[in-house]
Design a protein around this ligand. Sequence first.
Ligand code: CP
Length: 301
Amino acid sequence: MKHLLGICDLKAQDIEKILDHAQMYAEGLTNGSYDAEKHKGKIILHLFFENSTRTLTSFEMAAKRLGAEVINWNRETSSLKKGESFMDTIDTLNAMRPDAVVLRHSEYGAPNYIAKRMDCPVINGGDSWREHPTQALLDALTMRQHFGKLAGLTVAIVGDIAHSRVASSNMGLLTKMGANVRVIAPLELMPEKLAAEGVDKFTDLNEGLSGADVVMSIRPQKERMDKVLIHDAAYFNDYGLTHERLAHAKKEAIVLDPGPFIRGLQISDELAEDKTRFLYAPQVANGIPTRMAVLDLLLEG
Ligand code: CP
């Protein structure tokens, strides 16, 4: 693996290897049994063209937990503001020889484009609605820790399927790993063609939740809509997750959300506060060992 550009480039055995490595780091972070200086002297460059809380911070913590240093390049203070092109910016930064680059960008395929121009590993931190591979990997790690497996799980992804890179990467990963995947969305937020084969579509929330082990909520991605496609009150009424709605899934079903999640739109306050069902905190925490694993595997070559 030279880069991590999308789940679409990975085979099931690659995913298994990354998850095993991430699990090793998850345990290492708990008991201190890992090499905290493994990548001392390396410099990771973060190029975030879109806002981020979870991905940016956990990549930074992951790099530092491995002894590497991080540079958070800032679009607002960069020479893009003086008219330098994206391509020349990438070539300029490549000339400084970073050891790895993490890119988040609104353009479809931007990480694939820069991977052709850079001499170091490129990691996709989320591009447009196409892919967010490390998010899908950390989601899978969370499911695997909870259920001990991915194969055979029924995972219902609820929300803005049309505009979500997280939904796309999760559909790709989970179907490769043998899970049964469903998407649930209003017609306005349901794409005609899905990112993976063998995924079932539902427009009715209760029907889609029936028998699910995992319910993954996906925020309406308003920043990628050019007009209002569905009003908030109607969305919560038909697709908002509550304990009552969750009762249609399996008794022991868990709820995940890649974040940011919006209370009163995607999920009720009561369910968001129920740490036995809504495993958001362990999911976020898994961002660090997952990104340590990806960085480690790529930096080792
Ligand atoms: N899940 C996720 O990508 O969150 P951020 O946008 O905060 O990085």
